[in-house]
Design a protein around this ligand. Structure first.
Ligand code: ZN
Ligand code: ZN
Length: 236
C-alpha cells in the first residue's frame, strides 16, 4: 500500500484507459471505474452454455452450433463500446498493457488450475497473425508460461492457404469453412489427456472455439474449456 503510494507519487502512474489517478490497488495501471466497467455484466440472464444474453428460453447463438464440443465456456466481458475502445488501443497503438490486463483478469476468474490444467490458444498462420494482431494471443500464453502455468502451442494447426475471406461468407459457409481451416496432425491424435483451456480473443458464433475444442478432444483431452476475452452479442 505505502509502496504503491510512493510509486504513484514518483511516476505519476495513471489509468491507461482514461488517465485517472485513482488506480486499482491490485492492478496498478487501471483505475477502479474502468476495471468495474470491464468486469460488470449488464445482462440479467445469459445462456449457461455460450454466455449469450437471453431474452427468451432459446439461445439465439449456440442453437446454431450443431454439436457443442467444449465442456464449459468462460469470458471476461461482452463486446461493447467500452471494450471495443480497449481493443482499439491494442490494435492501433500496439499497447500490450492490454494483454497484461487480460492475463490478470483471467487469473482472477480462478477457473484455471495452475498445477494440472493445460492452456493453449487458437493457432494462426504466420500471415494472418501479423494482419489481425493475433500476436497478442501469443503474448498472453507467454505470460501464463512465465508465471508457471502449463502451456502448449499448436496442438492443432491452421492451414496456410486460406484464400477466401471469412466475412464475405454466409453463416453455413462459414461453419463449413472453419473445418477447412484447422487440422490436427496425425502424431497428436490421442497424445494428450486431462484438462485444457483453449483461449481466443472473441467468441462470436463460437464456430472457431467449438471446432478447436473438437480437435482437442480428438487429441485426447478429457475436458476442454473454451475461454475468450470478449463475447460478441448477435443482433439479428
Ligand atoms: Zn480509467
Ligand atoms: Zn447459448
Amino acid at each position: 500500500m505505502i509502496i504503491n503510494t510512493i510509486k504513484n507519487l514518483l511516476f505519476d502512474n495513471r489509468c491507461f484507459i482514461c488517465a485517472s489517478k485513482y488506480l486499482n490497488k491490485r492492478i496498478d495501471f487501471i483505475c477502479n471505474d474502468c476495471l468495474t466497467s470491464l468486469m460488470e455484466i449488464n445482462y440479467q440472464k445469459s445462456c449457461a452454455v455460450c454466455g449469450h444474453p437471453l431474452l427468451t428460453e432459446k439461445c439465439p447463438s449456440c442453437s446454431k452450433l450443431v454439436k457443442i464440443y467444449f465442456d464449459r465456456f468462460h469470458f471476461i466481458q461482452y463486446y461493447n463500446d467500452f471494450t471495443k475502445s480497449i481493443i482499439y488501443k491494442l490494435k492501433i497503438s500496439g499497447n500490450f498493457i492490454v494483454i497484461r490486463l487480460f492475463y490478470k483478469l483471467i487469473c482472477n476468474m480462478s477457473v484455471i488450475r495452475k498445477d494440472t490444467d493445460y492452456i493453449t490458444v487458437v493457432p494462426d498462420n504466420f500471415l494472418s497473425s501479423i494482419k489481425k494482431g493475433r500476436s497478442g494471443l501469443n503474448y498472453l500464453i507467454f505470460l501464463f508460461k512465465i508465471h508457471g502455468y502449463k502451456t502448449l502451442k499448436n496442438i492443432y494447426k491452421r492451414k496456410f492457404l486460406n484464400l477466401q475471406k471469412q466475412k464475405s461468407k454466409n453463416k453455413s459457409a462459414r461453419f463449413y469453412n472453419i473445418s477447412q481451416q484447422y487440422y490436427l496432425p496425425k502424431k497428436n491424435i490421442n497424445k494428450f489427456s486431462g484438462r485444457v483451456f483453449l483461449i481466443d480473443d472473441i467468441f462470436t458464433t463460437g464456430a472457431t472455439l467449438n471446432y478447436g475444442s473438437k480437435l482437442l478432444k480428438k487429441a485426447g483431452f478429457d475436458k476442454v474449456f473454451a475461454l475468450s476475452i470478449f463475447r460478441a452479442v448477435i443482433r439479428d
